[in-house]
Design a protein around this ligand. Structure first.
Ligand SMILES: CC(=O)N[C@H]1[C@@H](OP(=O)(O)OP(=O)(O)OC[C@H]2O[C@@H](n3ccc(=O)[nH]c3=O)[C@H](O)[C@@H]2O)O[C@H](CO)[C@@H](O)[C@@H]1O
Ligand SMILES: C=C(OP(=O)(O)O)C(=O)O
Length: 447
């Protein structure tokens, strides 16, 4: 087991030394999702009563939002070692004391706008940050929330929000983008607006579904969960005791499946939320991947369908067409980077088109340090040739979560010893990833 120098607040090691070429074996459980975790932390502000969230992933992104909540006066405590978390907002939040450093490290802070506009006519929030993936607009959030009376001015690194006292009922809101966090914000604004609000072009992705089910437990009816039209029957006041368990993370699940594919291993990824990786799986199957799956069972939220997925070592061929992501249901935007390393193991050339982020594809060219043949055609498109001979190298993590993990997976395959430096970026979204891979037989040593 790893020793992080006795610092319990440290979510993981600084650097990793990886001896590649070892096949992995065994089974691994998928943790609950980062993205539902942070949405639910923000949503707990809708409720005057206590919220218990079950098996929340112990990751840096969650810690950052907790630090922000704590700085505003929310009391929280971890209930034992399994990630159960209890939150209790104070009578009034102290928004003047907000932990700006923690807030600026995460984009999820933007999801405070929806809950806060109900009780706070004026407040400031630090600019949303996070991974350096290029510009990530907040305009769709502001456009949607304007209908609930919110207006925002940008000033000295902060959003200055003011909320009109009397607003006409929003009625139907059409989101200008089918984004996950903008949908979350619109839902949280509608949840306490005492009328019926219809949200069109809503994301129906996994974290939005978890958020809706949590809000239903708060006593707010939502029709259309899992579709792109949500009808929210808001309530002006919510004061209840609620206990909710978010579902497993499809991105972690696909990261682990990718680890098996890249290392040509047979491992079982237990608790895979199958509905949210089935396109990734269908595509990999077309590339030659063999896998088997258990019967379906339900996640602790009683809704999300899970399977245990066993990946078998398989010779892969390049995908016939370009690989690109879409809002759900589509190949998940955060799972796209894993196809760069998968395509590098496949025979032939694959084009990967990340239309979403300006910077994320660029980071994937770092795979070339380990022997990959990844060519950047333009900031959004990569041409990947395979199969390649992976060789160990020393690489510094790019400032982006998924590309950093993709490099780690390639190192697990690369002959010789590699060093992955400054892996803090990985702790933002994965709980003890290196240790858990070590339990599958990966030769990883922290330093
Ligand atoms: C906390 C959370 O849930 N984060 C996820 C969420 O972030 P989030 O919902 O914040 O994603 P953004 O709003 O930044 O959207 C990502 C990018 O896609 C563009 N865009 C998005 C939707 C659309 O219909 N059209 C469009 O052009 C946006 O302009 C932006 O450039 O969604 C992202 C895209 O799936 C994921 O990478 C994040 O992990
Ligand atoms: C880009 C991501 O998330 P976030 O919205 O937290 O930056 C991600 O999870 O890869």
């Amino acid at each position: 087991m790893f020793d992080y120098g006795g610092d319990p607040a440290h979510t993981g090691p600084r650097h990793l030394r990886v001896r590649g070429g070892t096949a992995l074996t065994g089974s691994i459980d998928v943790k609950t999702s980062k993205n539902a975790g942070v949405a639910l932390l923000c949503a707990s502000l809708l409720n005057r009563g206590p919220t218990v969230l079950r098996r929340v992933a112990r990751i840096e992104e969650v810690n950052r939002i907790l630090r922000v909540l704590g700085s505003m006066g929310v009391a929280y405590e971890w209930l034992g070692p399994d990630g159960d978390l209890r939150l209790q907002p104070p009578e009034r939040l102290d928004l003047t004391r907000i932990d700006a450093d923690a807030a600026r490290r995460t984009r999820s802070i933007i999801m405070f706008l929806g809950p806060l506009l109900h009780d706070y006519p004026e407040f400031e929030l630090p600019f949303a940050g996070g991974c350096e993936l290029g510009d990530r607009t907040v305009e769709p959030h502001l456009t949607a929330l304007r209908r609930f009376g919110l207006s925002v001015e940008r000033s000295q690194g902060s959003y200055r929000a003011t909320v009109k006292e009397h607003v006409e009922r929003p009625g139907t809101i059409v989101l200008t983008e089918r984004g996950d966090t903008v949908t979350a914000n619109a839902i949280m604004a509608a949840a306490r607006f005492p009328d019926v609000t219809v949200i069109r072009n809503a994301s129906c992705n996994y974290q939005v579904q978890d958020l809706c089910w949590y809000i239903e437990k708060l006593g707010v009816r939502i029709d259309g969960v899992g579709t792109t039209t949500l009808t929210v029957y808001g309530r002006a006041e919510i004061d209840t005791t609620v206990d909710y368990a978010p579902a497993e993370d499809p991105i972690e699940a696909w990261s682990l499946v990718s680890a098996a594919i890249v290392t040509e291993s047979e491992i079982t990824v237990r608790r895979t939320p199958i509905e949210f990786v089935e396109i990734e799986l269908a595509l990999a199957e077309e590339m030659g991947l063999a896998y088997s799956r258990s019967d379906e069972y339900l996640a602790a939220n009683g809704r999300t369908r899970l399977v245990d997925l066993t990946v078998h070592p398989s010779p892969l061929r390049a995908a016939a067409d370009k690989i690109h992501p879409m809002p759900f249901p589509g190949l998940n935007i955060d799972n796209l980077p894993f196809f760069a390393v998968i395509a590098s193991c496949a025979k032939g050339g694959t084009m990967i088109h990340d239309w979403v982020y300006e910077n994320r594809a660029i980071y994937l060219t770092e795979l070339n340090r380990l022997g990959a043949k990844v060519r950047l055609l333009d900031p959004h498109r990569l041409q990947v040739e395979g199969p390649v001979q992976w060789t160990g190298a020393e690489v510094v993590c790019p400032p982006a979560l998924r590309p950093a993990v993709v490099l780690l997976l390639a190192m697990l395959r690369a002959q010789g010893t590699s060093e992955l430096r400054h892996v803090d970026v990985i702790h933002r979204g994965y709980e003890q990833l290196a240790q858990r891979l070590q339990l599958l037989g990966a030769e990883i040593e922290p330093f």
